[in-house]
Design a protein around this ligand. Structure first.
Ligand SMILES: Cc1ncc(COP(=O)(O)O)c(C=O)c1O
Length: 380
């Protein structure tokens, strides 16, 4: 089955009791057992529940995995991966990563005895060098990266991680399974903030991990059950519904984002545009290899002007709303330095290339012409 057919039919069986074409939302927290041996498919909803299980089955089938685990948020999913490590272990991470991930790694895990080494993961020699520390147990990448839309070669990172005895985890929130499936390129774990394109309508928080290796999937499920940050049934229902239109939404958003990136590139007030769909983007060739059907809904740009100018622009669009997040039907605009990536230390943020005046756009499903005119008015 093709991607969009799987999105509609896998894990979403009609209700056998009523024939309802949409599976019901199971809200039960506990399940009556036929006997005391606890061998029924469901016993307690933190461990497994039918509505969450349906979403997990669909997502695993879309992401080339054998198992998916749904969490209360993307950060809960990321945190679960880090629970595979022990004090003394090291995480090698990209520099162009979501601010909340940076905060978890650098401000929380370091206090628990985990060492963090940040490298530009678009530089494969730098990744190899960083992995030469024997203590590295996890290589964490984000591709496309956020907010600079850097492209990391997933297959090359998988080879380096595995040669060094480490796991490769890829935050594929920006790409979504509709455009990129990191497990096909050798990643061990894929992470999604389901809050973004999977939910797709700015009305839920969720996260997910997807694996192919059965043992790793079982280990992560054990950690998820032990720590408890699971997705609730209403969110799981909305995520299942979101997956059914994911490919259509993401392809349409990608086409609009490419159009806007090209338009911005030609605008006299714009200094730089970061979008992997542009031939001028340094990661374009790798992106073409590991993404299909588009380059995603996220882009960023810098103006020829100071921070105050950038601030005026993000505060004056009318369709692009001033808010963090991405992947929903509404287009959003923000200043990463003080919004989505405000948890970075300013010096660390500038060192990795996230300028104070960088503007990030999350393109929604409005018409290209309306979004372009909105930006044109704000830039005038
Ligand atoms: C790329 C990326 N990864 C992870 C997260 C964290 O996800 P959540 O907000 O669902 O915890 C976000 C949230 O903005 C994100 O953009």
């Amino acid at each position: 089955m093709q991607f969009r057919t799987r999105a509609i039919h896998v894990g979403q069986d009609r209700d056998p009791a009523t024939g309802a074409i949409v599976p019901p939302i199971h809200v039960a927290s506990t399940f009556v057992q036929p006997d005391a041996s606890m061998t029924a498919a469901y016993d307690y909803a933190r461990t497994a529940s039918p509505t969450r299980g349906g979403f997990e089955a669909t997502l695993a089938a879309l992401d080339s995995g054998t198992r998916a685990l749904a969490f209360a948020s993307g950060m809960a999913a990321t945190h679960c991966v880090t629970q595979l490590l022990a004090p003394g272990d090291r995480i090698v991470t990209g520099t162009d990563i979501y601010g909340g991930t940076w905060r978890l790694f650098n401000k929380l895990l370091t206090g628990h005895g985990i060492t963090i080494t940040a490298v530009d993961t678009t530089d494969i020699d730098a990744v190899r060098q960083a992995l030469s520390h024997g203590s590295t147990k996890l290589l964490w990448i984000e591709s496309p990266g956020n907010p600079l839309l850097s492209i990391t070669d997933i297959a090359a990172c998988a080879e380096i991680a595995h040669a060094g005895g480490a796991l490769l985890a890829c935050d594929a929130t920006v790409a979504t399974p509709a455009l990129s499936r990191p497990l096909d390129h050798g990643a061990d774990i894929v992470m999604h903030s389901a809050t973004k394109s999977i939910g797709g309508h700015s009305d839920l928080l969720g996260g997910a991990l997807v694996t192919r290796d059965a043992e790793l999937g079982t280990r992560l499920h054990w950690l998820q059950n032990a720590t408890g940050g699971v997705m609730g049934p209403f969110e799981a229902f909305l995520c299942s519904r979101g997956l059914k239109t994911l490919e259509l939404r993401v392809r349409a958003q990608s086409a609009t984002a490419l159009g806007l990136a090209e338009w911005l590139l030609a605008h006299p007030r714009v200094k730089t545009v970061h979008y992997p769909g542009l031939a001028s983007h340094p990661g374009h060739a790798v992106a073409r290899r590991q993404m299909t059907g588009g380059f995603g809904s996220l882009l960023s740009f810098e103006l020829d002007g100071d921070v105050a100018t950038a601030r005026r622009v993000v505060e004056s669009t009318r369709l692009f709303q001033l808010a963090v997040s991405l992947g929903a039907v509404e287009s959003l605009i923000e200043l990463p330095a003080v919004m989505s990536h405000g948890s970075y230390e300013p010096a660390a943020r500038r060192a990795v290339g996230i300028a104070d005046g960088l503007i990030r756009l999350a393109v929604g499903l409005e018409a290209f012409e309306d979004l372009r005119d909105d930006l044109a008015a704000a830039l005038a």
